[in-house]
Ligand binder design. Sequence first.
Ligand code: 5GP
Length: 121
Amino acid sequence: TPGSPYPLDRSNLFARIILGELPAAKVWESDLALAFLDINPAAPGHTLLVPKGSFASLMDLPDDLSAHLGRVLPRLCRAVKETTGADGINVIVNNGAAAGQVIFHVHYHIIPRFVQDGYRW
Ligand code: 5GP
């Protein structure tokens, strides 16, 4: 992995994006993490934050990677909110197929929300 001590599984889509083998619209990057736009956004600006290491779910993450993601999340959410003019932000992690996970490289969904969504849990 460029900059990261963790191995990447080349058969995984997000690992290949991290390795630069597949294109993505990058939003932010550090040695340990990458944020890029979701290809099928739930709302404009829908961003995915991934660690630079092949870990399937949140429960598999080593402490330093989860701490890094936790540290950058507020900043990234602020940037997404300001850039999109969103009124609110959903942060969602699907862990496991039963929870709706499709790509088994852990990712935080950062989803801009708007008052006119009329969204209710
Ligand atoms: P999950 O259901 O695993 O939490 O979410 C996977 C997300 O990855 C979906 O929101 C989907 O739109 C997104 N996605 C799938 N394939 C690609 C891709 O090739 N590039 C990007 N940027 N996002 C993708």
